[in-house]
Design a protein around this ligand. Structure first.
Ligand SMILES: Nc1ncnc2c1ncn2[C@@H]1O[C@H](COP(=O)(O)OP(=O)(O)OP(=O)(O)O)[C@@H](O)[C@H]1O
Ligand SMILES: [Mg+2]
Length: 374
């Protein structure tokens, strides 16, 4: 798929902007702080219902405005769709498809698909486990939009179970009557059921991604690998792959850790505590890999994601935000050759020279709130 028109109102620095987009490569070039990333961030938001830079919506709304609108005309084969999101920080966001009446924002998922690579992605390798879990979960949602529902169910069940555990822990500490734990049994089953579904999807994803990530790393940094993705569940009891066995194992692990959970008042078992270990050669990339290696690793994960989504059908838009300036000439050229044939590639760069010559295509100059085709 590709985006043919992007329209923003009160999004980030833009009061109003209209950008017509072609398939193939489009580069947004302009000095720092002029609004290049803001444009591609909006496209990414349509695909994930989140920003790659901030975890809440408030910074996405132009200062002084009370809501932002992102609208995109999307083409997939012969099909045209208009998607629109209204961001209302502190209140529910709203969504429309083809100007029809309201749908849930979640229903928009799958219309715009993106793989976005940005400097923030260094955190995929160097950051907390939560960064890697988010990477996995966003990708499983891109593969199967219904997983957005499973993810939010899991978060809800986890919140409610934690609330229960917290009050059990408080009651215990204050010597009160120990509470009726049968309610907890019910929440264990919910957590294990939804958790098993999430886990099965993550494991399936990692199996598919592994060879692609290794290949991508080899293309970017020949001889530097191999790259291995190892999933580390929250409990040694969780060793399965199929949903049913994962459910049983999660139930067993919850039972095992119940005493500790009641002492600490928090859920210690489940996909929210899992880790994706990224290995480079024999060592974990985190803590061992150099800056350049970490950067190539993060990029390899994004390129692998791109390959995977492409192979599974509907081709995503590839977004490369400020990526080329970080790479040496050889890696720049390799990356450019890899991505040049994509259906739609959106690139941002501060100066023209950072965009490799093989990436010919449409250029826009972004300056002082305007986006002009050159
Ligand atoms: N909510 C907001 N309201 C108004 N302006 C904002 C808002 N959020 C960000 N900005 C402004 O947008 C500008 C940053 O835009 P953006 O990140 O797109 O820059 P850029 O062109 O990608 O720059 P660089 O080359 O440094 O990456 C900043 O000047 C910032 O102050
Ligand atoms: Mg930027």
């Amino acid at each position: 798929m590709h985006v043919t028109h992007l329209s923003l109102a009160d999004f980030r620095s833009y009061a109003q902007v209209e950008v017509a987009l072609d398939p193939g490569v489009t580069a947004f070039v302009g000095p720092n702080g002029q609004g290049k990333t803001n444009l591609v961030e909006a496209v990414g938001y349509l695909a994930t219902l989140g920003s790659h830079r901030v975890s809440s919506d408030a910074p996405l709304v132009r200062v002084g405005a009370d809501r932002a609108i992102i609208r995109a005309q999307v083409r997939q084969g012969e099909r045209q769709q208009l998607v629109e999101l209204e961001l209302n920080p502190g209140k529910a966001n709203r969504a429309r498809i083809n100007r029809s009446s309201q749908v849930r924002p979640r229903d928009v998922l799958g219309i715009v698909r993106t793989v976005l690579f940005a400097p923030e992605d260094l955190a995929l390798v160097k950051g907390d486990p939560g960064e890697r879990r988010r990477f996995l979960d966003e990708l499983i949602t891109a593969r199967a939009p219904r997983m957005a529902g499973v993810r939010s169910d899991y978060e809800r069940v986890l919140r409610q179970r934690n609330t229960l555990l917290k009050s059990a822990a408080l009651a215990r500490r204050h010597g009160g009557r120990s509470m009726d734990l049968s309610t907890l049994d019910v929440w264990d089953q919910h957590l294990a059921r939804v958790g098993a579904e999430l886990l099965a999807q993550r494991l399936d994803l990692i199996a598919a991604l592994q060879p692609l990530a290794d290949k991508a790393y080899e293309q970017l940094a020949p001889g530097g690998g191999p790259v291995a993705l190892e999933y580390k569940p929250s409990s040694p009891e969780i060793v399965g792959h199929a949903r049913e066995e994962l459910y049983e194992q999660l139930m067993a692990a919850l039972e095992e850790s119940r005493k500790q959970e009641i002492e600490r008042g928090v859920t210690l078992v489940g996909p929210h505590r899992d880790e994706l270990l990224l290995k480079l050669g024999q060592m974990p990339a985190k803590g061992y890999a150099s800056h350049g290696e970490s950067w190539s690793y993060a990029l390899a994960l994004r390129l692998a994601s791109y390959d995977l989504l492409r192979a599974e059908g509907n081709e995503p838009v590839l977004v490369l935000d400020d990526v080329f300036a970080e790479l040496d000439t050889r890696r720049r050229e390799r990356l450019a050759e890899l991505v040049a044939p994509g259906e739609q590639v959106l690139v941002t760069a501060a100066v023209d020279d950072d965009v490799p010559a093989v990436l010919t295509g449409t250029r826009y100059v972004v300056a002082e709130g305007t986006v002009e085709r050159v």
